[in-house]
Design a protein around this ligand. Structure first.
Ligand code: 4NP
Length: 175
């Protein structure tokens, strides 16, 4: 079983939905999750499916609420063709009602989300982003680039592009 097969039950449960709502979550909502949002939006737009998906991002922490993504992430993303315009917001309990899939970037995010989930059923919506990345990349989480150099941001984008491509493929497979 590949890692993303772990989530086949959740993905199968979305079959027939008019719109699939995905929330990407990291700690600060200024590096990893707004980049994931930008990459996923680009994929669905290029496939002419902007209406089929609602995509957003949020942070478990609230230090940067209202801010655009970190300048370094915006620059690295722009070099790959992504224009990141999300304004930082914190995760709220209603996100568990409003979204179908809640994608955590690392174990810390996952734990925080789990403790916020209003019901056990809501907890099942939480998945790990790295479960969808190609196993050849050898990462079980999306590493926080905040205190890293350029390579950290490039690594995050490599992982996010792979994971978003595979997540989209899995979601399209259910029709
Ligand atoms: P992110 O990175 O979780 O990928 O947005 C971080 C951004 C800001 C902080 C930590 C991580 N911070 O401590 O302010």
């Amino acid at each position: 079983m590949t890692n993303h097969d772990k989530h086949s039950k959740l993905i199968e449960s979305l079959k027939g939905k008019e719109q699939i709502k995905i929330l990407f979550v990291c700690l600060g909502n200024i590096c990893r999750s707004p980049a994931a949002e930008g990459v996923m939006k680009d994929i669905v737009e290029k496939n002419g499916e902007s209406e089929k998906f609602y995509i957003d991002s949020a942070g478990t922490g609230g230090w940067h609420v209202g801010e655009l993504p970190d300048k370094r992430m915006r620059v690295h993303a722009f070099q790959r063709g992504y224009n990141l315009t999300h304004h930082c917001r914190q995760v709220r309990p209603s996100d568990f009602e409003d979204f179908d899939i809640i994608v955590a970037m690392d174990e810390n995010n996952r734990r925080n989300l789990q403790s916020m989930a209003p019901t056990a059923e809501d907890e099942k919506k939480i998945v790990m982003m790295a479960d969808f990345a190609d196993p050849s990349l050898h990462y079980d989480h999306i590493p926080d680039p905040y205190y890293e150099g350029s390579e950290g941001f490039e690594l995050v984008l490599d992982l996010l592009e792979s994971a978003c491509r595979n997540l989209y493929r899995d979601l399209r497979a259910i029709g």
